[in-house]
Design a protein around this ligand. Structure first.
Ligand code: 0RA
Length: 304
């Protein structure tokens, strides 16, 4: 096979990520390590937001390797005529490959628009991706972002989905230190924000280290309505159910849930693209303004 200008670009891209990991994942401490998992899970959540994935399972193996399984459509395995490569290989080795395939457009979870898989690949001493699609199981391997085997058709297999297994590079992160609480909190939020999506975290790494907490499953049929109801658990709500609004404006989805209680303090959580925004933003201030106006208009009409 031929060594092309595109192959050089891939090598240079992977080298750039390994030289300055903080530029891509923020840091190389445990937060950076967790970021790797979030990048891969975000891609699966994107597939759920597009309406094709119902369950995501994250395994942390005793070695510290991470396996993320989804039941989405599977990353396309056919060879793209322009690149001579499969979408699987392109997604895994090209920075900024997100959103190019399948026109996923608006369904974006996380901040990097699906560019994350190649960054995770670059920062993993080994990574294997397996895809169920078109009646077969397919698999391909990489080391430090470099392709080490072609995409192989392995055996007949039913269903669809993608499984990515990666071992974070100890040269970059040191020995893996995972925090179960941090990871499960994030997956809980994601499950609230994506109604009906089942997210399971199974950490044999924590189990083996003797931690009591090593397994957690989240699925909320009520989505953010469940979130608000759960926040009001143990309080006295003023209505039986949270108020819920949903609007899709030119493929931008806006969703809010509100429930008053007898207390005096307010709790509000805001998110953009499935990311918690603790400092708020125009999405939150806009909502507050609109809620105040709606209540004032109503009160005026009722001549309160
Ligand atoms: C591109 C196109 C299609 C699916 C995906 C990517 C995809 C990517 C990931 C990453 C993790 N899980 C994923 N699942 C799917 C859709 C192709 C089609 O039309 O069938």
């Amino acid at each position: 096979s031929q060594y092309t200008a595109q192959d050089i670009q891939v090598l240079e891209g992977m080298e750039a990520v390994r030289r300055r990991p903080g530029m891509y994942i923020g840091s190389t401490d445990h937060r950076g390590l967790h970021h790797l998992i979030y990048e891969i899970v975000d891609n699966a959540v994107d597939e759920a937001m597009a309406g094709y994935c119902t369950a995501i399972t994250i395994h942390i193996e005793p070695s510290g390797a991470v396996r993320v399984e989804d039941d989405g459509r599977g990353i396309p395995v056919d060879i793209h005529p322009a690149t001579g490569k499969s979408a699987v290989e392109t997604v895994m080795t090209t920075l900024h490959a997100g959103g190019k395939f399948g026109g996923k457009g608006y369904t974006v979870s996380g901040g990097l628009h699906g560019v994350g898989a190649s960054v995770v690949n670059a920062l993993s001493s080994s990574l294997r991706v397996e895809v169920r699609r078109e009646g077969y199981l397919w698999g391909q391997n990489f080391e430090k972002g470099i392709t080490t085997s072609p995409l192989e058709q392995l055996k007949k297999a039913s269903g669809t989905g993608t499984t990515t297994t990666f071992l974070p590079d100890e040269d970059i992160f040191g020995p893996p230190e995972y925090n179960f609480e941090d990871l499960s909190q994030r997956f809980k939020e994601m499950a609230y924000l994506n109604r009906g999506l089942q997210i399971t975290l199974i950490s044999e790494w924590h189990k083996e280290q003797g931690y009591k907490q090593w397994r957690q499953k989240y699925v909320f049929e009520g989505g953010i309505v469940s979130f608000v109801a759960d926040l009001n658990h143990g309080k006295e709500p003023l209505s039986p159910n949270p108020l819920y609004i949903y609007k899709d404006i030119n493929n931008t989805v806006v969703e809010a849930a509100v429930q008053y209680n007898t207390g005096f303090s307010e709790i509000s959580y805001s998110f953009a693209n499935c990311i918690n925004t603790p400092d708020g933003g125009t999405h939150l201030t806009g909502f507050r303004t609109a809620l105040t106006r709606a209540l004032n208009d109503y009160a005026r009409k009722q001549k309160f």
